[in-house]
Write a protein that binds this ligand. Structure first.
Ligand SMILES: Cc1ncc(COP(=O)(O)O)c(C=O)c1O
Length: 424
């Protein structure tokens, strides 16, 4: 059992909590540079098995030899960052070539930017620019699209994120097959030209790892196509192979008009057909397409996923993980779900959920919450069966402890109980 936070981590966390401009609830450890594969060590030499992958942004685990070699190549270069939309660097082109090799054929160009929220922001901007009569966009209950004001207007998962912030006009559809009817009804009251875009996460991330049905996505796509409403798939969390296909929307056999990507790509991208992008100057950013190392890492990550055929591993290990979790057959664990290595299960309430994440952490397994009562399991793409067995054993052991009547966490860790909520 690990006593968390350890002494060295606590020192850093205490100072960080005072200076950080957000009352944040970090996990009760501080990363060292040590680690290997799906395991990492904190400053106090505690070892953890990572089933959070830095919120899906670290797809290949720790100290990957090929990525380390690449980082070394860039270690003696200055500047490492360029104003990439105005001053070209080769890494910009190389990443775009690699990225467009894995996107559906008609999505043949991408605008690179810094964060997932900005990728979403630019996705809606390019749609709005195309249609001068548009008055509002469409998004879904439970969605998370980021926190810049445009992206936040679309985010519906938790009201905490939105209070007092001005928004872009949107109408919110149910995240279910009911949305089809709702959209049909809307189209009776508004002309399709008044709708700038529809944005959807094929699998909702922060909002609870809810998986849209095939019928829902295919029917919505049919209507948006018939009515010329651009369809945006937000792939910031679900893209780059996480679901066993390069893009989650490919599990639905449809092609969107626009995709937003980030996290595992190391930079962010608004991806669409060349013709969707507006005139020069309409979208830009100083650092967009300009961080040599990040661009090179994104490019290499795609190459490694291809070379090591990791999409197969993602599919196989995802199935194995869900099977192992279902076999546990634990009373209070329900709705084991997922695609590839984007998985979750649900507990009866938030307290039990938080208790389980913290107890697993004390036993060396890092998990993340999502929604109000669910837990995400998003290990690196290189995960092996025996590591999944290790994680499932920790979950079972921790579960048996937290469901006992009168169970309570004690000690320093109680100051870090909210970390599991992860707001991204
Ligand atoms: C689906 C989705 N869209 C957008 C974002 C925002 O990305 P970022 O935190 O990089 O701004 C996230 C972050 O978790 C996300 O999951």
């Amino acid at each position: 059992m690990i006593n968390l936070p350890g002494k060295k981590s606590l020192k850093v966390l205490t100072k960080l909590k005072k200076l950080n401009g957000d009352y944040f609830d970090p996990y009760p450890f501080v990363h060292s540079n040590k680690g290997n594969g799906c395991y990492f060590q904190d400053l106090d030499n505690n070892t953890f098995l990572d089933f959070s992958s830095q919120i899906a942004s670290n797809p290949l685990g720790y100290n990957n030899p090929e990525l380390k070699k690449l980082i070394k190549k860039y270690s003696n270069i200055h500047p490492i960052k360029y104003a990439g939309q105005d001053f070209a660097i080769e890494e910009h082109l190389k990443l775009l070539e690699e990225l467009t090799s894995i996107t559906p054929k008609n999505l043949n160009a991408a605008f690179l930017i810094n964060s997932g929220a900005e990728a979403v922001e630019n996705s809606i901007k390019i749609c709005m620019r195309k249609n001068e009569n548009a008055k509002f966009g469409l998004c879904f209950k439970g969605s998370f699209h980021g926190r810049t004001l445009g992206a936040l207007s679309l985010t519906q998962s938790k009201q905490l994120y939105k209070k007092n912030y001005f928004t872009v006009p949107v109408k919110v559809l149910d995240y279910s097959e009911k949305a089809v009817e709702e959209l049909e009804k809307l189209l009776k009251n508004y002309s399709s030209g008044e709708i700038a875009f529809m944005i959807i996460e094929p699998i909702q991330g922060e909002g609870g790892y809810n998986i849209a049905s095939k019928k829902m996505i295919q029917d919505l796509r049919k209507i948006t196509k018939e009515n010329n409403i651009p369809f945006i798939s937000d792939e910031v969390q679900s893209g780059m192979g996480r679901t066993g296909k390069w893009w989650a929307i490919q599990n639905y056999n449809i092609i969107p008009d626009v995709m937003s990507a980030a996290k595992a790509l190391q930079v962010a991208a608004t991806i669409s057909n060349r013709k969707m992008f507006p005139e020069p100057g309409a979208i830009s950013s100083t650092w967009g397409g300009g961080h040599k190392l990040d661009l090179a890492l994104g490019c290499k990550i795609i190459q490694i996923i291809k070379k090591q055929k990791l999409l197969n591993n993602i599919n196989n290990q995802g199935k194995y993980l869900r099977k192992r979790l279902q076999e546990l057959n634990l009373d209070k664990i329900s709705n084991v779900r997922g695609l590839g290595l984007m998985n979750a299960f649900t507990l009866p309430n938030e307290k039990l959920r938080n208790d389980l994440v913290i107890e697993c952490l004390k036993n060396g397994l890092v998990l993340l919450g999502c929604g109000h009562e669910s837990i995400r399991l998003i290990p690196p793409y290189i995960i092996k069966e025996r590591e999944i067995d290790g994680a499932v054993n920790i979950i079972e052991k921790s579960y048996n402890k937290i469901v006992k009547s009168g169970f309570k966490h004690t000690g320093q860790i109680c100051n870090y109980m909210n970390c599991v909520k992860s707001n991204t």
